[in-house]
Design a protein around this ligand. Structure first.
Ligand SMILES: *[C@@H]1O[C@H](CO)[C@@H](O)[C@H](O)[C@H]1NC(C)=O
Ligand SMILES: *[C@@H]1O[C@H](CO)[C@@H](O)[C@H](O)[C@H]1NC(C)=O
Length: 815
């Protein structure tokens, strides 16, 4: 039972701890509150309780109250540098148990009586107004302290002793106000790195430096112009006492001969790495003897060097460096115009001359750099790639060359690289496709980023050993031809102009393990699907897939990830497109053709069109008749040849009149009044009819009477401006049958304004509907008024029809 309870409590406590850790993780997110450069005169009162980083630097705060900080329980970083604080309350940081980083530099503090939180790792109280470093007495318990910045007018053993138990990493001392240094004080410091700044004291300087070089292996002096006042013999004594290995000087301005003598002293000291930066050379550059022997020196760094000397023998300057028997020489941003070839076989293994102004004449035919492994000449004035290659020609150990950021030009000259080169940086050199003809054969690593290359030319030799090739930010339109690099492992072609890699080149690059193609303007259409398919087949091959691979075109897909892009097969595959889209279209067209051809659809359309037209016309013409005041007894008068009489009587009249008798036709057998002359009968019939129907056939054409009837009807048409003629073409009439004198008939036939009698029975219904529509009108509506001026209308337009009249009379005499 007891065991069971124990188990339960264990589980419970594990859960609670887990919960706390989780809580802690959530709470550990940083909240940065920045009030720097805000002209604050006191602590801001709206700082969030959650704040972990508080920057109050560069303000005018004069005082901190206990209540300002005591609620900021999560505060880890507090920067109040560059303010006007003169004192700190005793309990000021008592609640900020988590405070790790405290910057109180550049204030007006004279004394500090507060207790600092135990968690402090970084404390900067440099550049204040301390008289002594009694503040240190309160720091002895800060066992986590790594960085300490301080300074005072007096440095006394008793003060420094208080912090001697601390194992510090970096100590910074501002010495601008220093007036008194008690011998041996700094020797009590326990630190890996000592940085002294602004040394401005003349008195005691020797004893200070004598101690300083014995505190740690790394020493940095900033803006310490007062080293100028140290005699050479004292310097030597200091150097002999030194255990400094890494020595850095910055912010100095020295005459050339003083610099060389200091350098000479350092050269024979314990220093292995010497760094000089933000340095200005003054005075005259003279040739001075320099003893390179007996040195521990391996590395010299010069960075950001300026010269106030304009006329001097360059060789003297360059020789000082070229003859150094060290492994590493770095001279950057120093405006060096040249560098000499060492006079005898040199120890240089690493040379970095970035950001100078060296031309490609440097190191031509230089046979002494036989140990050189790395040569960095980035950002210089190198111009011709072929000349750069001959520069390396005699460097038999050279492995890595960096000539990036030079305006290089290559005109297909002979290139003669050192055979040992394996790694090359040609970034930002304005190089074009031809660069592939001037590269070291054994290269394994090649950076050609940010150039103007569009493709790999076909007339180059294979780079059997190339494993890494960077072509980012060029102008490739497709993947490069990887067959020239059979053992390539990593290929970078990101940020080029590739809309979609073609299948051919994808396959050529199949052996490459990792490819980066992000940032290309991918064109999301059919072609890119092959690429997407290939990528999905080999996961992990594309670097930064999928989030960095997005469509650029078309506009509506811009920003869509390639991985999410989908285009149905049917849009892209012609073999599917044809059957699915083209075939149905062809089928529909054929069907339409068949329908037209065999079912005479156009005829039906024509008929329906005419029918609607007629309907429309009857509606508008009614009022016309009304105006004419005509009185009609019949809907239509029908004229036909005797030969077609049976068709008229058996088919036409029953079809038009139907059963209801609503339409009345004037047919001469039925409606002609006997005893009256035929002509009178005809005229009467035509006049009493709303329309005249003529059944045209070859027989009709040959019948005089029929033509006579047509003449009258037509006459009426012209006088009343009404198209009251309906022509039904019963049988085709060849033009030649029509006698030439019947010009009116000819012209009517030519206008094709007739209705053709369809042979197919199925079409008869619509045909008759059309005819009925043309003549259908409510005659009783027109009965109201009786016209008196018919004859007057008939006389009109007389001379126009003279030859027709002649034709009629001629015809009658004939029959
Ligand atoms: C104040 O100190 C913090 C922490 O070191 C730093 O990030 C910040 O840049 C400093 N502010 C200024 C203005 O220097
Ligand atoms: C190649 O040169 C460029 C430009 O100088 C530089 O940014 C890059 O770090 C260099 N690459 C390597 C591997 O040194």
């Amino acid at each position: 039972m007891a065991e069971f309870i124990l188990l339960l409590t264990t589980i419970a406590s594990v859960l609670i701890v887990a919960h706390c850790i989780e809580h802690q993780l959530i709470k550990d997110q940083e909240l940065v509150t920045n009030y720097s450069y805000n002209s604050l005169v006191s602590f801001p009162n709206n700082v969030s309780v959650e704040t972990t980083v508080l920057d109050l630097s560069h303000n005018n705060i004069t005082k901190l109250e206990t209540t300002d900080l005591n609620y900021l329980l999560r505060l880890k970083v507090l920067n109040i540098s560059n303010n006007l604080l003169a004192e700190l309350n005793k309990e000021i940081f008592d609640s900020n148990k988590r405070l790790e980083h405290l910057d109180l530099s550049y204030n007006k503090l004279e004394n500090v009586s507060c207790t600092f939180p135990d968690n402090l790792r970084y404390l900067d109280i440099s550049y204040n107004n301390f008289t002594t470093l009694s503040v240190c007495k309160g720091l002895g318990n800060l066992l986590k302290l790594e960085y300490l910045g301080f300074g005072a007018q007096q440095i006394l053993q008793s003060d420094i002793e208080a912090i001697s138990p601390l194992k510090l990493q970096h100590v910074f001392l501002n010495l601008d106000t220093l007036t008194h240094y008690q011998n041996g004080s700094l020797l009590m410091l326990n630190t890996d790195y000592l940085h002294l700044a602004s040394l401005s004291m003349k008195k005691d300087i020797f004893s200070l430096l004598f101690d300083v070089v014995n505190v740690s292996e790394s020493l940095e002096l900033s803006n310490c112009a007062y080293v100028l006042y140290i005699e050479n013999s004292h310097l030597t004594a200091i150097a002999d006492n030194s255990r400094v290995i890494n020595f850095t000087m910055n912010g100095l301005s020295l005459p050339w001969d003083l610099l060389t003598s200091i350098l000479q002293v350092i050269w024979h000291s314990s220093v292995k790495t010497f760094k000089l930066s933000e340095f200005t050379v003054q005075g005259v550059i003279n040739k001075l003897q320099f003893d390179y022997s007996n040195s521990s020196m391996t590395e010299v760094h010069l960075n950001n060097i300026q010269s106030k000397v304009f006329f001097f023998n360059q060789t003297i300057l360059y020789r000082l460096f070229s003859e150094m028997n060290i492994k590493t020489l770095i001279i950057t941003s120093a405006n060096f115009l040249f560098m000499e070839c060492p006079l005898k076989p040199s120890n240089f293994q690493f040379l970095d001359f970035s950001s100078n102004a060296m031309p490609d004449d440097v190191f031509q035919n230089c046979e002494t750099l036989i140990n050189l492994k790395t040569l960095i000449m980035a950002d210089n004035k190198l111009q011709r790639l072929a000349k750069v290659s001959s520069m390396t020609n005699k460097m038999i150990s050279l492995q890595h060359i960096d000539v990036s950021r030079n305006q290089l030009d290559y005109k297909e000259e002979e290139c003669s690289w050192s055979q040992s080169i394996t790694k090359m940086n040609l970034t930002l050199c304005s190089l074009t496709n031809s660069v592939f003809k001037c590269l070291p054969k054994n290269i394994t690593w090649l950076d050609l980023g940010k150039n103007d290359i569009t493709f790999v030319p076909l007339d180059i030799t294979y780079f059997e050993k190339l494993e890494y090739l960077n072509l980012e930010f060029n102008r490739f339109f497709d993947l490069p031809d990887c067959t020239f690099f059979p053992h390539l492992i990593v290929l970078q072609v990101d940020h080029n102009q590739i809309p979609y890699p073609t299948t051919e080149f994808i396959h050529k690059c199949n052996n490459v393990s990792r490819i980066n193609m992000e940032g290309n303007p991918f064109h999301c259409f059919c072609e890119i699907r092959t690429f997407i398919g290939e990528v999905k087949k080999s996961p992990g091959k594309m670097i930064n897939w999928p989030e960095k691979y997005v469509c650029e075109h078309p506009d509506n897909l811009r920003g869509v990830m390639l991985a999410d892009f989908y285009m149905p097969e049917i849009y892209c595959n012609i073999y599917i497109l044809v059957p699915v889209i083209v075939v149905p279209i062809i089928f529909a067209l054929v069907l339409l053709f068949i329908i037209c051809k065999y079912c005479d659809v156009p005829w039906y359309f024509k008929m329906i069109w005419q029918w609607t037209q007629t309907k429309h016309r009857t509606r508008t013409s009614k009022s016309h008749y009304w105006e004419l005041g005509r009185d009609f007894d019949f809907h239509a008068f029908v004229s036909y040849s005797e030969h077609d009489a049976s068709w008229v009587k058996e088919i036409m009249l029953p079809s038009i009149e139907k059963m209801d008798n609503s339409i009345r036709i004037c047919q001469h057998e039925r409606n002609f009044l006997p005893g009256r002359p035929i002509v009178e009968n005809i005229i009467n019939c035509i006049e009493k009819s709303y329309k005249s129907i003529f059944v045209l056939s070859p027989h009709f054409v040959q019948s005089e009477w029929c033509h006579y009837e047509l003449y009258f009807a037509h006459q009426q048409l012209f006088t009343e401006k009404t198209d009251n003629l309906i022509l039904i073409l019963l049988e085709q009439i060849p033009q030649y049958i029509i006698p030439s004198k019947y010009s009116r008939l000819k012209s009517l036939m030519a206008k094709r304004t007739y209705l053709e009698w369809p042979k197919e029975k199925s079409k008869h219904g619509l045909f008759w509907a059309n005819v009925r529509a043309a003549i259908s009108i409510n005659l009783s509506d027109l009965h109201h008024e009786i016209s008196q001026n018919d004859s007057q209308a008939l006389l009109h337009d007389q001379e126009d029809n003279e030859d027709d009249q002649a034709a009629v009379s001629a015809g009658r005499t004939q029959s």
